[in-house]
Write a protein that binds this ligand. Sequence first.
Ligand SMILES: NC(=O)C1=CN([C@@H]2O[C@H](COP(=O)(O)OP(=O)(O)OC[C@H]3O[C@@H](n4cnc5c(N)ncnc54)[C@H](OP(=O)(O)O)[C@@H]3O)[C@@H](O)[C@H]2O)C=CC1
Ligand SMILES: Nc1nc(=O)c2c([nH]1)NC[C@@H]1CN(c3ccc(C(=O)N[C@@H](CCC(=O)O)C(=O)O)cc3)C=[N+]21
Length: 298
Amino acid sequence: MSETHHRAALIDGKSIAADMRAEIAKEAGELTEQGWPPLLVSVSVGDQAASDLYVRNQKKHAESAGVAFEARDYPENTSLEQLIGILQGLNHDPRVNGIIIQRPLPEHIPVKALQKAVHPLKDVEGMHPASIGNIVYNDLALGPCTAVAAVEILKTLPMEMEGLNVTVIGHSEIVGKPIAFLMMGLGATVTVCHHMTRSVAMHSRAADAVFVAVGKAGLVTGDMIKPGAAVIDIGINRVEGKTVGDVDFDSVAEVAGWLTPVPGGVGPVTVATLMKNAVLATRMQMEHYRESYTKTDF
Ligand SMILES: NC(=O)C1=CN([C@@H]2O[C@H](COP(=O)(O)OP(=O)(O)OC[C@H]3O[C@@H](n4cnc5c(N)ncnc54)[C@H](OP(=O)(O)O)[C@@H]3O)[C@@H](O)[C@H]2O)C=CC1
Ligand SMILES: Nc1nc(=O)c2c([nH]1)NC[C@@H]1CN(c3ccc(C(=O)N[C@@H](CCC(=O)O)C(=O)O)cc3)C=[N+]21
């Protein structure tokens, strides 16, 4: 009697990210030649522990993508009014092409109010209500980096997106929801699970591709996955000093056809997507500036 033991192919996020950066650097070089060197500014407020790794990786990889990077840290007690003033300053600074507000923010800062203060042309995280709205219209200029990265990774696999059964676990506005809309836009049939879902396993087992973005180590186990399915693990958790995803790696790797490791999966592609958005934003601003210049000329 023989039983087939799948061993998932691991998706190499680092190599996907390196290829992306090479492409982005070409584009950034062209913009620089035209007098528009891309500059990305990161804004962190208060406790930086949760976003520290992300900011460090942004700093590390911006240069090889041809993007200049500045990290600004503001104290925990900075007021909403002060932060909006800071963002308006960045909006008006012609050197600055992209603004990313690192999460989480202190309790007294409403995230949405701050996202709204970023000019949509500089919104490299795609989190301005106008940018988020465009996802529903399937018109994606600047999309939320993590969601775009996760979907781009799935697109590298030999799978037909049209008609694909996809389950998304987690429905945050920055990750889960945008993934669901992006996948619908590609023709997939999408199920979205959250903490009130009666049986996540029932939905994940039916899926050809599963995206997990919850923030709970070990949440998804092999018995929840259809043999041969693709599993994209977005979670980042610290367990006993190690970084792990939301997927119980050993059991899922036995069953899945493809799996993104953590680290080395979605994370590096997220950082590369941010750089791609920064370069795209720079081009959009250059074109906008030229158009408005021509208009006021007449
Ligand atoms: N690799 C990367 O680039 C990035 C990784 N991350 C990581 O991804 C994870 C998710 O981040 P984010 O979306 O910001 O987190 P949030 O905490 O904002 O969202 C978590 C989501 O998970 C849902 N959820 C909670 N418990 C369960 C459960 N038992 N079963 C199913 N769903 C559940 C919540 O639902 P409900 O609202 O109903 O409670 C919520 O929608 C984190 O680990 C984070 O560190 C985040 C950003 C970027
Ligand atoms: N506005 C906002 N948008 C975010 O997308 C956002 C945020 N705030 N705050 C913090 C979380 C977390 N996050 C990471 C992205 C990439 C890596 C990353 O590059 N990880 C590498 C390195 C891991 C390691 O060295 O251990 C990897 O997974 O291989 C990590 C974490 C984005 N987040």
